[in-house]
Write a protein that binds this ligand. Structure first.
Ligand code: SAM
Ligand code: SF4
Length: 317
């Protein structure tokens, strides 16, 4: 569906839970998010209805996110049902990867097309520090399990944090030499726990190009990522610049939170509830949400944080 500024909105990110088995310092408070009443959250049936409503409006790409989507009970079945909707061309999941050893094969069999796996460091101690609860090996095993299950075009999401992982940029880029994967460096956004991190160590994606001058631009983009590669590498490097480069004019998505709120813009607090609606009303409300997408957001930095109104873990990234 075309919005009021001529953008073709063909992508929805659906968060299926606010809960997570990790507590990344820039994303979630140490104590986790408060557990909500069951009846405040979307049921699997409602989420499926919302996916169908989105498809009825011309959306053909769906990403499942969270919290951590793989801790959601019934996630494989929900993915299978969404993948079966006529008109869904791409079903993707963003995951922290810790549970992929168990879930990679069932998700592949359920019809999930692609995986984005978040991993901010290759150092086991730093990994446990930044995630508070995680073990790096679980994610490494999860990445291998995803390849073994037959997923291709796997993307690794790396949030850039000066003083934390900028010394690992070369090591991350090196992963693309022999494996057909995309390492995506993402600028840290000043939202929730990210605000403090941002003050301490925001670095822009330009740092990646300064540290690895061999990277060459590719004549392609991948969604919001500018694409690069090392000479003769099997994989690619994507740079996502939500801060240093404005990409609202190319924004093609809306978001649905786990408590049933449509968010026309990630960084504004405008939300429209679809919880409890039948599919027909969901279609109309989603149409309104798309038509209420702003042309662009305001400038954002550590002193002017996101006006999202929720932490990233309660939106889904
Ligand atoms: N739990 C899953 C995961 O970690 O991939 C999915 C949800 S998580 C909120 C989605 C993505 O948002 C992750 O790649 C995470 O690193 C990113 N993220 C969270 N907070 C962020 C922030 N303040 N700035 C930039 N990216 C952020
Ligand atoms: Fe959980 Fe993902 Fe947030 Fe980390 S980034 S706390 S894994 S939701």
């Amino acid at each position: 569906m075309i919005d009021n500024y001529g953008r073709d909105i063909n992508y929805i990110r659906i968060s299926v839970t606010e809960l997570c088995n990790l507590r990344c310092r820039y994303c979630m408070p140490e104590e986790g998010v408060p557990k909500r009443n069951h009846d405040e959250m979307m049921t699997a049936e409602e989420t499926l209805k919302a996916a169908k409503a989105a498809v009825a409006l011309g959306i053909n790409k769906i990403r499942i996110t969270g919290g951590e989507p793989l801790v959601k009970r019934g996630i494989v079945r929900l993915c299978r049902e969404i993948a079966e909707i006529d008109g869904v061309e791409e079903l993707c999941i963003t995951t922290n990867g810790t549970l992929l050893k168990e879930f990679a094969v069932p998700l592949k069999e359920a019809g999930v097309d692609r995986l984005n796996i978040s991993i901010d460091t290759l150092d086991p101690e730093k990994f446990s520090y930044i995630t508070r609860l995680g073990q790096l090996q679980d994610v490494m095993d999860g990445i291998d399990a995803a390849f073994d299950a037959g997923f291709d075009k796997i993307k690794l999401n790396v949030v850039l944090m000066g003083g934390f992982n900028d010394d690992e940029i070369e090591a991350f880029v090196d992963l693309t030499r022999d494996r057909d994967l995309e390492v995506r460096f993402i600028e840290l956004m000043p939202i929730g726990g990210g605000i403090d991190f941002d003050k301490a160590g925001f670095i822009s994606c330009e740092t990646v190009l300064e540290r690895v001058p061999e990277l060459r631009p590719l004549d392609m983009t991948d969604g919001v990522a500018s694409m690069y590669s090392l000479p003769n590498a099997k994989g690619r490097v994507g740079l996502i610049r939500p801060i240093s480069c404005e990409f609202c004019s190319g924004c093609n998505k809306i978001r649905l939170t786990a408590d049933g709120m449509l968010k026309p813009c990630l960084h504004l607090d405008g939300e429209i509830s679809i919880k409890g609606m039948d599919e027909e009303d969901m279609v109309e409300t989603m149409r309104e949400a798309i038509l209420s997408k702003p042309e662009m957001r305001e400038t954002m930095d550590a002193d002017n944080p996101s006006k999202a109104g929720r932490d990233m873990s309660r939106i889904g990234g």
